[in-house]
Design a protein around this ligand. Structure first.
Ligand code: AMP
Length: 409
């Protein structure tokens, strides 16, 4: 779990503000759900057998003896809120976004933390391929406006409850005589969810999975048609993608469209985001049949891909270097008046030499410095120095607020 220190904060603000703008343009409204949920929500929605639920959740008993979990992802909480507040009673699609921390007890490494942050979008109550395409266009657009190049959308369809059983069967037959070479986890996966063997990162398992049957051979006509439409709409929107018939996602609840946003720039943790359709989730949680689709992007991984911009490290608009008691009193009043107009103004916290004050103004990267001593106060004007050009002009002190606030300093 990492502290976010002031120098990094502007990049995070940029990511969040840019995301909010993009989400608004695509018609998404904000929802904020608690970080703590009942453990059973995640067990039921993500799946008991997934790595997240079986190995990675921060779960504890609270003082009332209830088992609670710090959310490992956002979809389950959003789905719970959707049901609890009967949002399904009003016509869909419901387009929701949320931004915040997630918690997984994973082995920490570059790009993988135990508290990380996601930008999460969900479209609930719409089964059509347009929602799938819209979400992908949104993700693609967001990456572009963030300046994150070299991310590729990788796309697959995981079929539906109609056609997936035959694919599972085909996988089981394929893996049957290869069980001895699969890792222990994959042997468990074979029993519970054989699709996830395709997702294993162990070399031996990867090698065996390379020869496995493809899910596309099992798609029912409806799944094929849905996937064709998604691809057609992405083509219309000018969004490029790669198809990966072996792409499966870690969570059990996905149906049909599944995708990842991958980059070659992050080493082993190559996914910036991912998502997919989860048509059965709301019903599995006890609600009415409600098709839905969503994605999550990891803010830490986005931050690794975004260069710092000079404007994020800009300093105060004005530093008032005041010398002596009376000038300091005047400077304090002027600084407060300008700050109330929205300008970032600094002065030193104690009466130190002009040299020390100039050093501090320089270090803070102040745009301008006003030097005020007893003489200047008496004369009613003081030199204002532009730190970039070195130019100096005399500023009438009684006009400081009107002149500097109006100019944005
Ligand atoms: P997931 O919910 O596992 O599909 O993750 C979606 C995105 O969240 C990933 O593509 C990452 O960008 C980010 N993410 C997931 N787990 C972590 C983690 N442990 N540390 C940092 N980012 C993560």
């Amino acid at each position: 779990m990492k502290d976010l220190l002031p120098p990094e904060a502007p990049k995070w603000r940029f990511i969040e503000a840019t995301a909010r703008e993009a989400f608004a343009a695509f018609g998404f409204s904000e929802i904020r759900v608690p970080i703590l949920e009942r453990t059973e929500l995640f067990a039921r929605s993500i799946g008991e057998e997934t790595d997240i639920v079986s190995k990675e959740m921060y779960t504890f008993e609270d003082r009332s003896g209830d088992s609670l979990t710090m959310r490992p992802e956002a979809t389950a909480g959003v789905a719970r809120a959707f049901l609890e507040h009967k949002l399904h009673a009003t016509p869909g699609p419901h387009k929701l976004f949320t931004i915040g921390p997630m918690f997984r007890h994973e082995r920490p490494q570059k790009g993988r933390l135990r508290q990380f942050h996601q930008l999460d979008c969900e479209v609930l109550d719409d089964a059509g391929p347009q929602s799938d395409a819209e979400l992908l266009v949104l993700a693609d657009h967001l990456l572009k406006v963030l300046g994150v190049a070299k991310v590729q959308i990788v796309l697959n369809s995981l079929g539906c409850p109609e056609c997936r059983p035959s694919f599972k069967q085909a996988l089981l037959s394929y893996f049957q005589d290869k069980q001895g070479r699969l890792c222990d986890d994959c042997n468990k996966r074979l029993a519970n969810n054989p699709l996830r063997v395709l997702d294993c990162k162990q070399e031996d398992c990867k090698e065996i999975a390379a020869g496995a049957p493809l899910i596309s051979a099992s798609w029912c006509p409806d799944c094929s048609e849905h996937f064709d439409q998604v691809k057609r709409l992405l083509g219309l929107a000018g969004v490029s993608y790669a198809l990966d018939p072996k792409l499966v996602r870690g969570l059990d609840y996905y149906t049909r469209t599944a995708f990842e946003l991958k980059t070659g720039e992050l080493g082993a943790q190559d996914a910036v985001g991912g998502g997919g359709r989860y048509d059965g989730l709301i019903q599995a949680l006890g609600g009415p049949a409600t098709p839905a689709i969503g994605f999550a992007l990891g803010i830490e991984r986005l931050a690794l891909l975004i260069e710092d911009r000079p404007e994020w490290q800009s300093g105060p608009a004005l530093f008032i270097a005041a010398l002596g008691e009376e000038p300091r009193a005047w400077a304090f009043g002027a600084a407060c008046a300008l700050r109330k107009k929205g300008l970032w103004v600094e002065m030193s916290a104690s009466d130190v030499s002009l040299k020390a004050q100039m050093r501090r103004a320089n270090k803070m990267n102040a745009a301008q410095v006003l030097i005020v001593g007893g003489e200047e106060l008496k004369a009613g004007a003081a030199p204002l120095k532009d730190m970039a050009s070195g130019d100096q002009t005399d500023l009438p002190l009684d006009e400081i607020v009107t002149r500097l606030a109006a100019a944005g300093a």
